[in-house]
Design a protein around this ligand. Structure first.
Ligand code: 13P
Length: 249
């Protein structure tokens, strides 16, 4: 059985004053059955780690460098994320692929670095609207998955399906479209990793997940949780999404 996972991606949002949202979230959801990961901006990692101490909530980074250390001004090594208290790291988010030209080969190298530091990579993939309209969604997902995966099957892995056109737009794929994508990814994972390791990979859906649509999304087969952007910034919204995931069992 895969434990469900709710990951909050704060993106480039959050100042010290916003850490209080975590106290409200913990008060409302003190003992979630699902795993919860908060991925704040790097400037808040250490303070968030303090805030999450003695709670079931985990900490995650939003990116890491491929190298363990070195002359890379402005970058963050996976070892540094682990040192700050993180146990997960988001990799290959479409915003990083678009803003920083990250290729899937770079994402795979980052995932290797993350694993070497003991972090669980959350690898993001997803089609653009043009690719969906062109009937290329499954091929794009196959290609991105095959080239973004790190080698090896003996460490945990999370894959997030995030259609680019659904991120921050309020639009989501239909449950049938999510089911098709997740079913496809599960079978592709089995091709690459073998059936046993593929069955252990948690598949998240991401893109405009809100309290109002969470239950319908979590009812879809092969959806093991969500990667939540905007709604993770508001304790009430993220708390409701966590409760919805728990209710989905
Ligand atoms: P939104 O939930 O704001 O659409 O963002 C999704 C996302 O990109 C999470 O990584």
């Amino acid at each position: 059985m895969r434990q469900k996972l709710a990951a909050g991606n704060w993106k480039m949002h959050g100042l010290a004053a916003d850490l209080a949202a975590i106290d409200a979230l913990r008060a409302a959801n003190p003992a979630p059955a699902c795993e919860v990961v908060i991925c704040p901006p790097a400037t808040l990692l250490a303070r968030m780690a303090e805030r999450l101490k003695r709670s079931p909530y985990c900490l995650g980074g939003q990116d890491c460098h491929v190298a363990a250390k070195g002359a890379h001004t402005g970058d963050i090594a996976a070892t540094m994320l682990a040192d700050a208290g993180a146990s997960f790291v988001i990799l290959g988010h479409s915003e990083r692929r678009a803003d920083h030209g990250e290729t899937s080969a770079v994402v795979a190298a980052k995932a290797r670095a993350a694993r070497a530091a003991g972090l669980v990579p959350i690898i993001c993939i997803g089609e653009t609207e043009a690719e969906r309209d062109g009937g290329r969604t499954l091929q794009v997902l196959s290609d991105q998955l095959a080239t973004s995966l790190p080698d090896g099957t003996d460490a945990p892995l999370v894959v997030a399906y995030e259609p680019v056109w659904a991120i921050g737009t309020g639009r989501t794929p239909s449950p049938a479209q999510i089911a098709e994508a997740h079913g496809h990814l599960r079978s592709q994972l089995a091709r690459h990793l073998g059936a046993g390791p593929a069955a252990a990979v948690r598949l998240l859906y991401g893109g405009s997940v809100k309290p109002a649509n969470a239950a319908a999304i979590f009812a879809v087969a092969e959806v093991d949780g969500a990667l939540v952007g905007g709604a993770s910034l508001a304790a009430a919204d993220f708390g409701a999404i966590i409760a919805s995931l728990d209710a989905a069992g």
